[in-house]
Design a protein around this ligand. Sequence first.
Ligand SMILES: [Cu+2]
Length: 479
Amino acid sequence: MTNRRHFLSGMGTMAGAVAGTIAAAVTGASVSKVAMAALPEPATQITPDTMPPLHPTTGRPYNPVVTLNGWTLPWRMNNGIKEFHLVAEPVVREMAPGFKAHLWGYNGQSPGPTIEVVEGDRVRIFVTNRLPEHTSVHWHGQRLPNGMDGVSGLTQPSIQPGKTFVYEFVARRPGTFMYHPHADEMVQMAMGMMGFWITHPKTKHPLIDEVDRDFVFLLNAYDIDPGAYTPKIMTMLDFNLWSWNSRIFPGIDPLVVRKNDKVRIRIGNLTMTNHPIHIHGHEFQVTGTDGGAIPKTARWPEVTTDIAVGQMRQIEFVANEEGDWAFHCHKSHHTMNAMGHTVPTMIGVDHAKVAKEITDLVPAYMAMGDSGMADMAQMQMPLPDNTAPMMTGDGPFGSVDMGGMFSVVKVRKNQAAGDYKDPGWYQHPKGTVAFEWVGALPEAKRLSPEGTQAAPENIKPEKEIEVQIRKPEGHMHHP
Ligand SMILES: [Cu+2]
């Protein structure tokens, strides 16, 4: 049986499946025919949609995860060994509708496919390098023989372009892990090379609960200039695209669940900064890290969990409140798409007059930002080709003013078990939506001790109170 047939049969079992297009990747010319004959056929994913969970038809049973805007890599059993084939290669990733990035990834996508195995499985992973430079794969967080750890130069020679290496080890510890190169790391991770690895427990585990929905995604970040396709690989901190599985809102699928489902979300961070991930309408418990499951007595409730660089956080909650609940990174500039950072603060500045004078010279000039930046979401500003708007995403009540690391947990009473299809917007029961008050308003109480006042709408700098600051230095006399 080929991987491809296995993958399709897994997909066929899913209700509401969006049919994924898969294609066998072209055989690398530099790998010998004899060697390739022994390799599992590499499966490739093309669509950026969330693929249904891959239910195992061979090997030990387990409850599969759902990779947000991603998929699980099919395997073949070979004399009791689970064989996977990862192909490191340049890929085109649609990060949001209308915006494609030229990245590096695995098997046609960035991030690479999720690998799912069961505790105790002997796993063999063929890694074929179709990149223009050497690479390796490090299996972040796993217990394995030192020579399988994937640190180029330290534990193995690097995998040269055109070559295939084999990693083989027993998945000893159940948990959530990541994989990424340990070779020219800054470049290869800035280009999108990473993926998730789940080792399911082989029997009922005292600290790993059974859940109804189990989502996984990676936090990643890119620096791609508006109009460009390729990330700037020398960027160290000032990234401009904050993504989940290399997708940005409104390109990130909703996390669809049935009311009262027990939900687990596993989030790994392979960006260069921390991300406080926040859910609305529910509290969750932090139930695991890359180090393993957290003892039940040591778990703590949160509505935001900070995920540091190189960390994984596993959160769990019962989705018992119906609605469309925002789920996002709480760093507000991480819920925006590419923008220039040199825009001056214009709040309170009346630049209508100067705008008119500029428009006489430059007809396309627009005054913006004088009442905040929300008008960026509605503005029909011409953008370079292949650029996602900065803040966007239409909701049922207008623009959501969001981009980047933002999605929605959709909790629905009538969602069928195992159905991940987007049910559309939440229909609010009558009288449960915030509304405009048009009746009489009493004067609002406000604090007004001497020296404070509500600021007038347009604060004009007054010459006589302009603040002059001179730092004391040298032998200057203080008055
Ligand atoms: Cu963030």
